[in-house]
Design a binder for this molecule. Structure first.
Ligand code: SF4
Length: 67
């Protein structure tokens, strides 16, 4: 199975919230500033939603490493 590793750069995040909407088991938003919180950097499931979240993020704050 392909391993998937996600990273989130909170300095780039503009708190748009798309990631948390698309993959809520992996991404959340900080209650204070709305920026991304990474809940799971190596999700075992939900890979399609995680990929979509990374591609949809408007600020390029999310990156994906698949190997
Ligand atoms: S989609 Fe991108 S910009 Fe929006 S909250 Fe998530 S990481 Fe931040």
């Amino acid at each position: 199975m392909t391993a998937l590793r996600v990273a989130a750069d909170r300095d780039r995040c503009i708190a748009a919230g798309m990631c948390a909407l698309l993959a809520g088991s992996v991404f959340d938003q900080d209650d204070n500033d709305g920026r991304v919180l990474l809940l799971d950097s190596t999700p075992a499931t939900n890979h399609a939603a995680v990929r979509e979240a990374v591609e949809t993020c408007p600020s390029g704050a999310l990156t994906l490493d698949e190997s």
